[in-house]
Design a binder for this molecule. Structure first.
Ligand code: Z15
Length: 828
């Protein structure tokens, strides 16, 4: 990557804490003393490593200081429990947040090294799937930046999200090996290891004075080893930690087997134990239901809850204090097991009575819901539960019995239907534990992630719970961190902002409003568009390097990057592309602004239709990109292995942001915000956070199309008939029929037919055909607007300037005030 132009201005807010010479010395020192090499021998990986180690020297000091302040004052903290943290790369981000990026760039330049190139050496920390995992990463950045005492808890997966390759257009998954050669950012904390029981049976003892006492005799014990990653807030005052648990075999168990002469068995046992944190489950918004996943979830929750209680007990002896000192946020239902685990510890190990323990739990947990999709709502079979976590199942039964008797029966006496619906246990042939019900019953607050989503949580997902607990369900609209998603990834635009409105927009994104009056200023428009052009040039290079395809930067870069899922409707984008292609073939003079359609998306390995859509897009790309008849008016590029570090290059280069989910199904979306922040215009449905973006930007400055949430509901109740759209729209019909031919897969007709089938025979669950005409119209308007570059620039500026609300700092302030009742703890 090319060296970015140097900015005259110094770093914002504070002067750099190190000089150029000190930074050079630090890096050289780490090369010598940390890595036993020198500047003549070292390759770029070693230079990157040495730079990280030099950065750590600045971070560790602040980490210790923050820790002493928080522990010394026994402050209330939030514990953010998430099975996913999609961190991406840390070097550039840490340098920015420490405000030493420029000085480090200069230092390395003096040593003959390019900082951007070194940053590109870092493997992504891809411990998450998509939006939910990336949201957790943005949130811990904001928590540290705002000076809130917080700790993120997660799993130290050996393999993060799989690496995606294409073979003949089909997705192939390869293991991700982010830690193969070590990770300079993490610190192992063996002093905080936890032992985690699993399997076995429950013994009931009757004590004449205290009644029944439960003892869980575990069949196996896992060791949880914590790895800490420092999380540097912008301005570097607070440095919090992300604590990730790794599973190991516990020595105790090993030795028994070993002594019995079972060396080989003990090794098998060891590898079974290490399997628990081995790999991230690659399903985004679908439930896997596998035994290992349940163990993974429980292992993680048990380690985290024990760690939270260990810290609590260091400064407290009264359990009444627990909810005052500890807030636990559950990121979706994945960490639900923390609830029965806390109950178990309080009752079985600490000797509290049920009511007291339950009261504490209800004041400690809050839960975030991220989806309305039924296939994403986690359920575990009772049989599996009984085998793996027998004591927890008993506790869940008791929570459920009391809830049905004391709450549901009181409100709706004798109503068995209500009880069946609200019960934590789904009574079917295979009885299931409904994790979301357990969360809603326990949590003191439940939030959705965008206004429309939170309303639907109340009216459609949990209406009875809403009647029972009218103040429990609330909204906190998602946000993204402007440090990573603007300052770091788009230095050109960041510099323009610094010069136009001052450099404190990084900490107060509402300041972006300051560029709105400049939207019609032609000089400002020019600079804004020049920056976009430059970012497109960089992107074009990456496209050429990774796919061999040449694209023109004068074309509209139309980008859809997100997980591949039918509800996100990449297939609607696909049929639009086919429509344009057909028009061009039928009329080579067809008048359109050249377009480059860019995709990035991973499909869950077991998700057939998602993989078919990837395959089809790749086959269409092959054909379109090599068709000389259409005179380069159309290009289609599916970039392999979409990930955070690639996203950082794509958002700044986009002209059009595709946010085209079926209304009511995208809980929020966060990519939508990143695009707009970087000056792309949105083509989108009235769904998720798009609705609030339209409120801020003005609908007239976006390309809104398609059915609304209410219209979707109406159409579904009336009975949706995709064939009606097919037969009534000849262009749509011809495009879909094209998929049955061998045009895109020469010699193999029918290879793309499943896409057509899903849209017709299988019922088009996501209403692509219903929104097709309106989507086409929106794209016509895009074309027309782009021909007027000044008008386009004006809208792009109005978009970026309106993004203040979608800052994760604002989201965190909402959580802190509405849910956590958390106070800042400034570190001097
Ligand atoms: C995930 O990434 C999201 C929801 C889920 O239920 C799971 Cl399992 C994973 C996404 C939503 O689809 C997206 O709309 C939202 O912006 C994101 O979570 C963060 O809230």
């Amino acid at each position: 990557m090319a060296t970015k132009k140097m900015n005259k201005k110094t770093e914002s807010v504070a002067v750099p804490s190190v000089t150029c010479a000190e930074m050079q010395q630090g890096i050289i020192d780490r090369l010598h003393k940390g890595l036993a090499t020198d500047k003549n021998k070292a390759n770029n990986k070693a230079w990157w490593n040495a730079t990280c180690l030099a950065v750590n020297e600045l971070v560790f000091e602040k980490l210790t200081k923050t820790h002493h302040n928080h522990a010394g004052k026994d402050t209330r903290a939030v514990n953010y429990l998430s099975l996913e943290f999609l961190m991406g790369r840390l070097l550039s981000n840490n340098l920015q947040n420490l405000q030493v990026f420029k000085v480090t760039e200069e230092a390395l330049k003096g040593l003959g090294k390019d900082l951007y190139e070194l940053c590109d050496e870092e493997p992504d920390m891809a411990l998450g799937n998509g939006g939910l995992g990336r949201l957790a990463a943005c949130f811990i950045d904001s928590l540290a930046t705002l000076g809130y005492p917080a700790i993120g808890y997660g799993i130290h997966y050996e393999h993060g999200l799989f690496k995606q390759e294409f073979q003949d257009g089909r997705q192939i998954e390869r293991p991700d090996t982010w830690r193969e050669y070590g990770n300079p950012w993490e610190i192992c904390r063996p002093e905080s290891i936890q032992l985690i029981p699993l399997y076995g049976y429950v013994e009931t003892l009757y004590d004449p004075t205290e009644g029944a006492k439960k003892i869980w005799h575990a069949g196996q014990k896992l060791k949880g080893v914590p790895w800490d990653i420092p999380i540097v807030g912008y301005g570097a005052k607070t440095v919090n930690i992300l604590r990730l648990w790794e599973s190991r075999a516990s020595e105790a168990f090993d030795w028994d087997v070993f002594n019995a002469g079972g060396y080989v068995d003990s090794q098998a046992e060891k590898s079974r134990a290490e399997t628990v944190s081995k790999v991230l489950y690659p399903n985004d918004s679908t439930d896997a239901g596998k035994e290992l996943r349940l163990i993974q979830q429980y292992f993680f929750c048990a380690c985290s809850v024990k760690d939270i209680l260990r810290r609590f007990k260091r400064a407290n002896s009264d359990w009444n204090e627990l909810p005052k000192k500890v807030a636990i946020q559950l990121n979706d239902t994945h960490p639900t097991m923390a609830i029965p685990e806390l109950m178990r510890i309080l009752i079985d190990l600490e000797g509290l009575d049920w009511d007291f323990a339950w009261d504490i739990c209800q004041k400690t947990f809050a839960y975030t819901n991220h989806t309305l999709l039924p296939e994403a709502l986690e359920k575990w079979s009772v049989g599996l539960f009984e085998k793996v976590l027998p004591r927890h199942l008993e506790i869940i039964y008791e929570i459920n019995a009391q809830f049905l008797k004391n709450v549901v029966e009181k409100k709706w006496p004798g109503d068995d239907q209500k009880k069946a619906k609200l019960s934590i246990i789904e009574e079917s042939d295979n009885r299931m534990v409904r994790m979301a019900n357990l969360c809603v019953i326990t949590a003191y607050k439940v939030n959705g992630v965008a206004a429309v989503h939170s309303e639907l949580v109340k009216t459609d997902l949990f209406p009875e719970f809403h009647e029972l607990f009218p103040t429990k369900l609330v909204n906190v609209t998602n946000g993204v961190t402007p440090r990573r998603w603007l300052k770091t990834c788009n230095p050109g635009l960041a510099t323009l902002l610094d010069e136009t409105i001052g450099d404190d927009w990084v900490l107060n994104l509402d300041k972006l409003k300051g560029i709105l009056p400049k939207a019609t200023d032609s000089k400002f428009q020019q600079r804004f568009m020049d920056i976009k052009k430059q970012n497109k040039v960089e992107m074009a290079k990456i496209i050429k390097e990774t796919t061999g395809v040449e694209v023109s930067v004068d074309a509209i870069f139309d980008v859809q990057i997100k997980r591949l899922h039918e509800y996100k409707r990449q297939q609607l984008n696909l049929i639009h592309i086919l429509t344009l292609y057909k028009r061009l073939l039928e009329n080579p003079d067809y008048d359109m602004v050249p377009r480059v359609f860019l995709f990035g998306a991973k499909a869950a390995p077991g998700y057939h239709m998602a993989k078919e859509i990837i395959f089809a897009l790749n086959k269409i790309a092959d054909k379109v990109n090599n068709d000389t008849r259409i005179k380069d008016k159309l290009k289609v590029v599916f970039l392999p292995n979409y990930r955070v570090s690639l996203a950082e290059k794509m958002f700044p280069a986009a002209d059009i942001s595709e946010q085209i989910s079926t209304a009511g199904l995208e809980a929020s979306g966060t990519g939508n915000m990143k695009f707009s922040l970087n000056g792309a215009l949105t083509v989108g449905t009235m769904d998720g956070a798009n609705i609030e973006m339209a409120e801020e930007i003005g609908e007239q400055h976006m390309f809104i199309f398609g059915l609304s949430v209410d219209e979707v509901k109406d159409l579904k109740t009336k009975g949706y008939k995709p064939y009606d759209y097919y037969y009534n729209n000849p262009e749509l019909k011809s495009v879909l029929d094209w998929l049955d031919s061998d045009f895109f897969t020469p010699g193999h007709p029918g290879l793309l037919s499943d896409i057509k089938r899903s849209l017709l025979e299988w019922g088009d669950e996501y209403l692509c055909l219903a929104d097709y005409a309106s989507y086409l119209e929106a794209h016509q308007k895009i074309d027309a607007l782009y021909r007027d570059q000044a008008a386009w620039a004006e809208k792009a500026i109005l978009n970026a300037g309106a993004m203040g609300k979608f800052n994760s700092d604002r989201s965190i302030e909402d959580y802190a005030s509405k849910i956590w009742k958390l106070k800042k703890f400034p570190i001097a």
